[in-house]
Ligand binder design. Sequence first.
Ligand SMILES: [Zn+2]
Length: 100
Amino acid sequence: MICAKCGRMVDDQDNYCRACGDFLKNNGEIHWYYKSRVIYPAIVLFGPLTLPLIFKNPSMSRAKKNILTFIIVVYTCILLVTPALVMNHIYKKVLNSSCY
Ligand SMILES: [Zn+2]
C-alpha cells in the first residue's frame, strides 16, 4: 500500500504511515464514533466528555483537534458559569424581597 500523503510504501497492516505519521484508512473505513456526524452532536450533548474521542481520532488533523478542544473548553465554561450567574441573580432578588 502507498501512503496518500507522502507517497511512500507502507505495510498493509499499518494504521499509520511510518514516514509521515498520517493515518492510513483501512479500506476507506473509520470507526463510526470518529465520524463528524457523531462527534459534533456528542460535543453539544456531552461537552468535555467528548475530548478523548477527539484526541484519539486518527482522521482529524492536529489543528482541528486544537480548535475543537478550545471550543469545548469555552462551551464548558459557559455551561458552568451561566447557572451560577442565574442563581446569584435569583438569590439577590429573594434577599431583596424578604427585607420589605
Ligand atoms: Zn506517509
